[in-house]
Design a protein around this ligand. Structure first.
Ligand SMILES: NC(=O)C1=CN([C@@H]2O[C@H](COP(=O)(O)OP(=O)(O)OC[C@H]3O[C@@H](n4cnc5c(N)ncnc54)[C@H](OP(=O)(O)O)[C@@H]3O)[C@@H](O)[C@H]2O)[C@@H](O)CC1
Ligand SMILES: Nc1ncnc2c1ncn2[C@@H]1O[C@H](COP(=O)(O)OP(=O)(O)O)[C@@H](O)[C@H]1O
Length: 285
C-alpha cells in the first residue's frame, strides 16, 4: 500500500485547538448538529456527547423533538436555538429511506449554510448537495451505497465485500470521484482527500466494534471541524483530511483507554475523550 501516511500521536497533537485567555465560546467554534430520529434517538445523544467531550465552544442541537429531549436530559449545556455555527454534523441515526419532511428541511438548511459539514449514515445520500467542503464518515456498507448511487450504471456497482477487500483503494477512489474527503471506518480507518493526502489510522482495539461507536466518532470529528474553521477555509480538504485522521486517532485511543482490554459501550468511549485530548495537549506543549 503506497502513498498512505500512518497518522500518529504527534500528528494528532497538532490538530487540537487549545483555548487561550482571549477565547470565548463563540471564538472557540460552534457545532451545529442534525442527527437522530424517532427510530434511532440514541445516536443523537452519542454524537453530542462525543463532540462535547472532545471540546468545542458550544453545540446547537437542531434535530427532531424526541432526540432533542434525550440530548437535553443528558446534557443541559446544549443549545436548541438556531444561530450561527462554524461546522455541521448531520445524518447519524437518521434513515434516508424514511426521512420526514421536517428532517429534510433541517438537513437542507445545514447543507446550504456555507460552513463545512461532517456527513454520516442517513444523510450520505445528500453528499453532492453541500455548499461547503464535506467529510463523509461511512462504514463499508454505507460507502457501497453511496458509490452505487453515484455510478453511471449497475455494472459499475461495488459491494461492501469489494470495499472490505481493498478499503484503502476504495477510500481513495471514492474521495477522487465524489470530490469530498472520505473517512472510511474499520480496524484501520482510511482518510482520503480528493486527489490529496491519504492517512491510515490504526489506534484502537476491536472492542470499538460496538453499536453507537461510529456515532461518537461523528461527534469527535464535528468538534474538531467546528474548532478549525480558519484552517479549513485556508486549506480546504487538506485540513479536513488531517482533522478526520485526528478524530479517528482520538476515538481509537479513547476506546483503548476505556477498554483496558475488556468490553466497552459507546458512552464509555465518549467519557474517555477528555483524558486523551489532555494527553495530546501535553504532548504538543
Ligand atoms: N443507539 C443508536 O441510536 C444507534 C444508531 N445507529 C444508527 O443506525 C442507523 C443504521 O446504521 P447501521 O450501520 O446499523 O445500518 P445499515 O448500514 O443499514 O446496516 C444494516 C445491515 O446490517 C445487517 N444486519 C442487521 N442485523 C444483523 C445481524 N444480526 N447479523 C448480521 N447482519 C445484520 C443487515 O443485513 P440484513 O439483516 O438486511 O441481511 C444490513 O445489511 C444509522 O443511522 C446509525 O447512525 C447505530 O449507530 C447503532 C446505535
Ligand atoms: N475491528 C475493529 N477494530 C477497531 N475499530 C473498529 C473495528 N470495527 C469497527 N471499529 C470502529 O468502530 C466504529 C464503528 O462505527 P459504525 O460502523 O458507524 O458503528 P455504529 O453505526 O454502530 O456507530 C468506527 O469508528 C470503526 O472504525
Amino acid at each position: 500500500m503506497t502513498g498512505w501516511q500512518d497518522w500518529r500521536e504527534r500528528d494528532a497533537a497538532a490538530w487540537i485547538a487549545v483555548p487561550t485567555d482571549g477565547s470565548d465560546k463563540y471564538s472557540r467554534g460552534v457545532l451545529g448538529v442534525v442527527t437522530g430520529s424517532d427510530r434511532y434517538p440514541g445516536a443523537a445523544v452519542l454524537g453530542v456527547e462525543g463532540a462535547a467531550r472532545t471540546g468545542v465552544g458550544m453545540i446547537r442541537y437542531l434535530g427532531a423533538d424526541r432526540p432533542a429531549d434525550l440530548v437535553m436530559r443528558k446534557r443541559p449545556e446544549i443549545v436548541t436555538a438556531p444561530g450561527r455555527v462554524q461546522g455541521w454534523l448531520i445524518g447519524s441515526g437518521m434513515d434516508a429511506a424514511s426521512r420526514p419532511e421536517d428532517d429534510a428541511q433541517r438537513l437542507r438548511s445545514a447543507l446550504r449554510d456555507g460552513t463545512p459539514l461532517v456527513i454520516d449514515a442517513g444523510a450520505l445520500d445528500l453528499v453532492g448537495r453541500a455548499s461547503a467542503p464535506v467529510i463523509v464518515t461511512p462504514h463499508f456498507r454505507e460507502l457501497a451505497t453511496v458509490l452505487a448511487a453515484a455510478a453511471d450504471d449497475d455494472s459499475d456497482a461495488v459491494t461492501a465485500d469489494d470495499i472490505a477487500a481493498d478499503a484503502a483503494g476504495w477510500a481513495a477512489r471514492a474521495a477522487d470521484s465524489l470530490g469530498v474527503t472520505v473517512l472510511l471506518k474499520g480496524h484501520t480507518t482510511y482518510v482520503a482527500a480528493p486527489h490529496g493526502p491519504r492517512y491510515a489510522v490504526t489506534a484502537g482495539p476491536a472492542w470499538l466494534a460496538t453499536a453507537g461507536s461510529g456515532d461518537v466518532l461523528g461527534g469527535v470529528l464535528g468538534a474538531l471541524v467546528a474548532t478549525h474553521a480558519r484552517e479549513i477555509d485556508e486549506d480546504g480538504h487538506d485540513a479536513l483530511a488531517a482533522l478526520g485522521a485526528t478524530a479517528a486517532w482520538v476515538h481509537g485511543r479513547a476506546g483503548e483507554r476505556a477498554s483496558g482490554g475488556g468490553p466497552i459501550v459507546a458512552l464509555d468511549i465518549a467519557e474517555a475523550l477528555p483524558g486523551v485530548v489532555r494527553d495530546l495537549v501535553r504532548a504538543a506543549g
